[in-house]
Design a protein around this ligand. Sequence first.
Ligand SMILES: [Zn+2]
Ligand SMILES: [Zn+2]
Ligand SMILES: [Zn+2]
Length: 452
Amino acid sequence: MNKPISNSQPAIELGDNEKAMKLVAEMLAGNIVDIRPEFDFTSELGFTYPAAEQVLAVKGEEVVSILESLADKGILRRGFFDRLLRCPQCRSVNLRPTTYCPKCGSGNIARGRVFEHFVCKYIGLEDEFIAKGRYICPKCGQELRTIGSDYQSLGLMRKCRDCDEVFNIPLIKWRCLKCSSLTAEDRVTEVNIYSYSFNEAKRGWLEFELKPKLQLIEFLKQRGYEVKENAEVKGRSGAKHSIDILATRDDGIITYNIAIGVKVAGDEIGLGEIFDFDDKAYDIGIHDKILIVVPGLGKEAESFASLQRIKVLEVKDLETVLAGGMPKPSQEVKREPFEFKSKSKLIEYLKRQGYEVKENAEVKGRSGAAHNIDILATRDDGIMTHHIAIGIEVAGEPVGLDKVFDFDDKAYDIGILNKVFIAVPGLTKEARQFAQRQKIKVFEVKELEALG
Ligand SMILES: [Zn+2]
Ligand SMILES: [Zn+2]
Ligand SMILES: [Zn+2]
């Protein structure tokens, strides 16, 4: 995990486009309450979302796909509005139903009152029986006399003029008025159209995503961090973890990785979520941990976070951090490759990088013992204070395990995790292996330029 991580991602994951963000911002501000469709059969889809189109500056399918992606993310809520039929050939919604005989498929059908003559069993439309102001059966020529006794009315039905079939329900096909194709009822495309409203449950999260998060990322970048959102990192356990914001800065001596977790909940955030975050950071070997919480932490979670050295920022704390403004000129340092030449040059280098440097620092450890650290460098970059313990060992032969072990022990006792060990003229093999395992950054130097 010492490799700087490049290629920062787009700032936000809201349908990964700025247009969607703009629409969400308008809804958050209350400028748009509901996004309702309006029918417009001259448009490509047959309906439009005028309010959304205006903000998004796109039309048709593009608007629908943005709205749908926001709905999929739970930011918008769908409400059923209507169902439209669409021509499967040309997608037009300009369809007209046409009726056909269910027996022979002819379109030559008539609708009207239908009579049945009991005497000859003839069934026909009322029109067929009318002759000279009376009802005469067209089949047997007898006059119909009393309804219910020698004939009956079957009610309003349809009769095929080609095959004489009498039926209630005709076959329906849809004629497309745009491309003229005819589509069977079960082949026509049905489209539900929705209105969309803002999901208030997402307000807290969105308010963070849309402003402080972007500002935080900018803040980190100004301070020389490379920033990756939703970074996928493989842990020592082999598991893959996603870190909300991973900030990496290589200042020549130490590469810093900060894992930033964002927890936005409706209620206070519990211990379980803090534990998850801490666990991930541990697995990927990151000890600089920041947790941004909206609204706040429960008592138990708070004490756990402080025990695990997780810096917890509520949005108001974050605003204070961000108000720190642009980095001071001394913090805006160009990266220069570090090469150890002498202790005094190292100190100059650290100061140029914005570190406060203490030589032969006396530090009291957790055990109560006082330790002497050759160089203790401290740098507060506005969001995180980094301490580096530097041990320097100059000897006539490769420096052995015992010296590195002592140094590691001291650093552990005083709780410093960024460890640099400079060995002149180098390390023994065991010492080097130990240093690697303990994540001590080692500079093995052949000889000193001058006595430093
Ligand atoms: Zn008859
Ligand atoms: Zn027919
Ligand atoms: Zn069509």
